[in-house]
Each structure stands twice: as C-alpha cells, then as structure tokens.
Design a protein around this ligand. Structure first.
Ligand code: KIV
Ligand code: ZN
Length: 537
C-alpha cells in the first residue's frame, strides 16, 4: 500500500454474483442445469470468483452451489463462494456447499447501519461487533478464504465501520467488502469512504478490499470505479447488471471501462473480453430478463450507428464514433456457412471454439439440427449456434416435450393451433384451440394439455441475426397464479417464430412445474384426444 492508501497491485479481481445477487432479480429463477452452464461460461470469461448462491436459502440452493463447486471449482478454475448470514448454521451450510471446490470461499455478512441494527436485527453496536468477531472466526476455522461484508455499509457510521472491519480482520477475514446495499452513495463519497476505511482499519493492508454497488440511482458502475480508484482490488458485479431492484454493477461496464481507459485507471483484470457478448446472451436467455437495446456494451444498439453523419464517420474511420470495437466484446460476425454436403468436422471444431463440449450422441443431435437450420438459412452465425445448443441441451428438464405444431391464421379468420406434446408419463397428447392470434391459440392449446394454470406476464420476440431468414428468439415469463410472486422465464429459438413461441412457453412451464414439484401428483390433462376449444380466451 502506498502513502495515499492505494494498494500497490494493479490487478482487479472480478467477483461475479450473477448466480446469487443476480438470481435475486424479480423473475430470474434458474434451474441447476442452467446455473452450471452459466458458471462454466463465467469460468471461460475469466472471472476470479463465482458467488454461486446462498446455500441456507433452501436445500436446492445448497445443492446448486455444491454442483458448481464440484464441476466448475477446479484447481485452475475460479474461487467458488457461498453466501452466509453471520450465524453458525448459515456458515455451516455455506461450507458444506463450497468445500469440494479446489478454492472455496465463505462470504458472511451482518448489517452495520443504525437503521438495520435497530429495526431489522434488533441488536446493539456491541452485539454486532461481538457477532462479527465470533462468526468470522468460526468461518475462518472452516475455510482459509473468508470474506466479510458490513451490510448497508454506505449508510453506516464510518467510524463504527472502522471498528467492525478491524475486528473482522483480527478474526481472520481475508477480503473486506463494502456494499452500497441500497444504491444510495455518490461516487465522490464512496471514494472518500473507501480511502478512509483502507487507511484506518487495523490490518487493512493485509486484506483485499472489495466494492459491491447497487444501481438504484443509476450510479453502480461510477461508484464501483470510484472505489477501485480509492484502492479496492475486487469488484462485485453481475452480467447485464441484473440483481435486486434496479440491479447490481454490471460486469461488462466495469471491465470495458478499465480496458478502454487503461491509461487513466492503470488497472487490469483477467477477463477475456471476447466472451462478454456470449455470456450476456446466455444470462438473458436463461433468466428471461431481456437486455435493453441501449444498454452499454451489450445492448443491441451499442454498436449501431443510425445518424447519417455518424455512419459516414465510421465508414471513414471506425474510431470517429467507436471507442471500442464490437470484436473486443465478442460481437464479431463470424459466419460459418455449411451446406448439406459439408461440415460435421467444421461444426465440431466451431463448437469447441465456442466452448461447447458435447459427447458423440449430443454432437449428432446438434448436427442434425444444424443441418436443418443450414437448409433454411443462408448463413449460420455463432449466435445461431449458441441459440440452437442452448435450446437443445440446456433448457429445464423437459416434463412436456413439443412433438408437433400446426397453426392456421390469416385475415379474416380464426387463428387455430393444434399441438402435440409428449408428457412426463411418455404419452402423446394432442389438443387444439382458437385464439385471438396464432401465439394465443398455441398457448391455449398447450394449456389444455398441461392443465396447470399459468399467467403470461411477458412475451418478447427478437431476431437473433439480421436478414429475412434470421432465427427468431422468443422470451416469455409466466406466473403460476395471479397473486404469485415468483415468475418463471423460458426461451425458445427457431426460424419459425410460432415454433419458437411454443418452445419458450413450454420451457417456462417446465421450469415452473419442476419448481412446484410436478410429477408425482400431475393432474389429468383434458386432452387425451383431439379437442377443439370453440371459445377464445
Ligand atoms: O447488497 C448487499 O449488501 C449484499 C451483501 C450480502 C453483500 O448483497
Ligand atoms: Zn447486493
């Protein structure tokens, strides 16, 4: 550490909490297969730490973190971290979940702001200090790598924070994280607070300082960068900035700011920036949370130029209006063109380059779908391949599987859909319905077979690539009942948007059914035979 309190090493550790704070976003629920897939992609992206979940939340959460620890926490992979409140039972569960990782971490937290201590914890300052001492020491007795966060730090008394953090270091914490839990602080204030804490905390020069910001006032990235300038060397972030309420700091914004303005910051990360676009698409597809078109770095418009004067400039010299290239974040349009007669080997090689490790049977299956797509589309891009693979292999458990779909629509007319599904019992059921449009008819026909009520709360369709033959990508969110809090996202891709719509709805339904324990007590569907619903919804 130099005289101004800045830690001398210039490497920023990227701590990704997409699977923990990110999964707390309203509507973002992930299956354990999706979590593993995202964790693998985060490892490919080069994050240093994956916070894989909150093991005490439920046995499912514990199991999900344990799977990530086992399958992604290899010796040359990232640190795998589990979150725990400052209680012995939470810490035990976090340890149980992460202990199989080659590099495990326990992250424990306790609130330090007066408002949290008085109303939420009902604890005095002395009790908080004592609990931090005991629980950090307990976590450290289990795991050599312990992170401590004083929750709501940015609304806490700074001198009290110094006291609590000094105790945490003494008790064995190796990383100190300063969360702006409610997204309240301003960049200048955060800079000063971090400088003070780094300077005054006893033993503070032997730990890594970390920043964790929420975006309630749209300042999460600015605050994170201010904290790094003040000397922090770990940034807690999520892909696409997803998270509680307005979300967390987004990984792509911090990493690209450090990369693009490296002369200014003089800081580096271990991130392979060319994996950013792909990771963003995967997280959006799996959570069902779309990325706004004008989102920095990963929005659909982030690299498009509409105004003539801008287009003219970019054509003359890219740097006139682009401060970074689309290729840097992995948006190269590498078009792989395969026809009927060529390609199994090239397809396999491209899959490997994209990081997919399929066995022989999966490869055959994927290649079959690839050929069907190559028959319909002139060029098959990386984004098409990713959509196809995620559609084929990484969806939720397929309790109900789409076996066929026929839709008739037009003007004037009555949009009608006939759907064939294979149920969990292996039986094939067919149903038909009339709707206000082809998607409504399709969803009504599916509902007749599945026979579990669900409300569609969001439906989005987008083209994956440009051109009239582009694959359509549909994202939906559903809720089990009108008053339910939890929503389930689904994603489907196909050159036919009605087929993509059916796949997305089924993916969300399957996720919802798996979550609610469907299977042992499945209701009888009302469509053992062809049945046409005469009434529209
Ligand atoms: O925002 C927050 O305070 C958190 C802590 C658990 C670190 O997410
Ligand atoms: Zn948080």
């Amino acid at each position: 550490m130099d005289e101004s309190g800045v830690q001398s090493d210039n490497r920023v550790r990227i701590f990704d909490t997409t699977l923990r704070d990110g999964e707390q976003s309203p509507g973002a629920s992930l299956t354990s297969a999706e979590k593993i897939d995202i964790a693998r992609q985060l490892a490919r992206l080069g994050v240093d730490i994956i916070e894989a979940g909150f093991p005490a939340a439920s046995p499912d959460d514990l199991e999900g973190v344990r799977r990530v620890a086992r399958e992604v926490g290899t010796p040359d992979g990232p640190i795998i971290c589990g979150l725990a409140r400052a209680t012995q039972s939470d810490i035990d569960k976090a340890w149980e979940a992460v202990r199989e990782a080659a590099k495990p971490r326990i992250h424990t937290f306790l609130a330090t702001s007066d408002i949290h201590m008085q109303y939420k914890l009902r604890m005095t300052r002395e009790q908080v200090v004592q609990r931090v001492r005991e629980m950090v020491a307990y976590a450290r007795s289990l795991c050599p790598d312990v992170e401590f966060s004083p929750e709501d730090a940015c609304r806490s008394d700074p001198d009290f924070l110094v006291e609590v953090l000094s105790v945490a270091v003494e008790a064995g914490a190796t990383t100190l994280n300063i969360p702006d839990t409610v997204g309240y602080i301003m960049p200048g204030e955060y800079f000063e607070l971090m400088q003070k804490l780094i300077r005054e905390t006893a033993g503070g020069d032997h730990v890594i300082w970390s920043v964790h910001c929420h975006d309630d006032l749209g300042l999460a990235t600015a605050n994170t960068l201010a904290g790094l300038l003040a000397g922090a060397r770990q940034a807690e972030v999520t892909i696409n900035g997803i998270g509680e309420r307005a979300g967390n700091t987004s990984l792509e914004e911090v990493v690209m700011a450090l990369h693009t303005r490296r002369q200014y910051y003089g800081l580096t990360t271990g991130i392979d920036t060319t994996q950013i676009a792909r990771t963003s698409r995967m997280v959006s597809n799996y959570t069902g949370l779309p990325v706004q078109p004008n989102k920095a770095i990963v929005g659909a418009n982030a690299f498009s130029h509409e105004a003539g004067i801008h287009q003219d400039g970019v054509l003359k010299h890219q740097a006139t209006y682009e401060i970074m290239t689309p290729e840097t974040v992995g948006l190269s349009q590498s078009n792989l063109v395969l026809g009927k007669h060529s390609g199994r080997h090239a397809f396999r090689v491209r899959l490997q380059e994209l990081g997919y490790d399929l066995d022989e049977e999966q490869l055959n299956q994927a290649f079959q779908r690839f050929k069907e797509l190559a028959d319909k589309k002139k060029t098959v891009t990386d984004a098409d391949i990713e959509a196809l693979i995620s559609d084929e292999f990484y969806g939720p458990v397929e309790l109900f599987k789409l076996e066929g779909i026929q839709v008739a629509c037009g003007q004037p007319g009555m949009p009608t859909a006939t759907i064939k599904l294979r149920g969990p019992d292996g039986q094939v059921k067919i149903a038909a319905a009339i709707g206000t449009g082809p998607v409504d008819a399709t969803y009504q026909a599916i509902d007749r077979i599945v026979a579990v009520p669900a409300t569609l709360v969001e439906y989005r369709v987008a083209a994956i690539t440009e051109g009239i033959d582009a694959m359509g990508e549909v994202t939906v969110r559903i809720r089990r009942d009108a008053n339910g809090q939890r929503t389930f996202g689904g994603h489907g891709a196909d050159t036919d948007i009605i087929v993509a719509s059916a796949k997305a709805y089924l993916a969300a339904l399957n996720k919802m059914l798996a979550y609610t324990g469907y299977g042992d007590h499945a209701p009888e569907g009302d469509a053992a035979t062809v049945r046409v619903a005469a009434q529209a919804r």
